[in-house]
Design a protein around this ligand. Structure first.
Ligand code: ATP
Length: 228
């Protein structure tokens, strides 16, 4: 049994259906890429997993039916989300941003600052005064402070300078190798995804059209469905 399991998942924004049949699983310790062109349903899938929009079909985490849970309870089960668009609490300090989310476990302030030393140097600063890249590290650190069993990163490197992107990819690699955390990744860089992910799931118009080991995703498949 996988940690996260979606089968034939459908979802709509009001009357406008966005997901038509998403099949996706993430096992313990697995790093999975959720891929597809713009508007194909990646963020909507993440919103459904995190119980931010209603959905139908199979949706379970650790054997529990997520459809029975609120977004708050889904988070407490161990789903940590780094949403699209970097949202930290600008008026709070870095430390406050991190501790508001904290739940017991190995991820504490010391662990978060080991992963992102820049955060350690800026603990007392207001989050609004950080650079975009530092804010993204803060949002990732905050998600880790919830001690999730599954971390979901939706476009975590979007719009950042190349050097900061590299720091974030390095952090993701460390999470994979040092903690064995299950991770679901959405990102535009197919090259980076290919180097870190065990498996990929590709969406087209709200449905899973391909899923398999990353090494089996041929250039034909990525050209056809991802546009590279
Ligand atoms: P992107 O990379 O552009 O974020 P995506 O694969 O994450 O793309 P989604 O954002 O999940 O795609 O969008 C899937 C579909 O749902 C699109 O047709 C989009 O227009 C529609 N959609 C997304 N958000 C809303 C919303 N709040 N209300 C109505 N329709 C929406």
């Amino acid at each position: 049994m996988s940690l996260l399991d979606l089968s034939a998942l459908t979802a709509a924004y009001g009357v406008s259906q966005a997901l038509f049949g998403v099949d996706l699983s993430v096992g313990e310790g697995e790093v999975v890429a959720l891929m597809g062109r713009n508007g194909m349903g990646k963020t909507t899938t993440v919103k459904a997993i995190c119980r931010m929009i209603p959905s139908q079909g199979g949706l379970s985490f650790d054997g529990q039916d997520l459809h029975r849970l609120s977004s708050h309870r889904a988070a407490r089960l161990g789903i940590g989300l780094v949403p699209e668009g970097r949202r930290c609490f600008g008026d709070l300090t870095v430390r406050e941003n991190l501790v508001v989310a904290a739940r017991p476990g190995p991820w504490d302030l010391a662990a978060a600052t080991r992963l992102f030393p820049r955060l350690g140097e800026r603990m007392a600063q207001r989050a609004a005064s950080l650079s975009g890249g530092e804010q993204q590290m803060l949002v990732i650190g905050r998600a880790l402070m919830t001690n999730p069993r599954l971390l979901i990163l939706d476009e975590a490197t979007e719009g950042l300078a190349p050097i900061i992107r590299q720091e974030i990819w390095a952090a993701i690699r460390r999470l994979k190798s040092e903690t064995g955390m299950a991770i679901l990744l959405i990102d535009k860089s197919v090259r980076e995804l290919a180097s870190v992910c065990d498996r990929a799931v590709i969406l087209q118009r709200g449905s899973t059209v391909w899923a398999g080991p990353m090494g089996e995703m041929t250039s034909d498949i990525s050209e056809r469905y991802v546009g590279v």
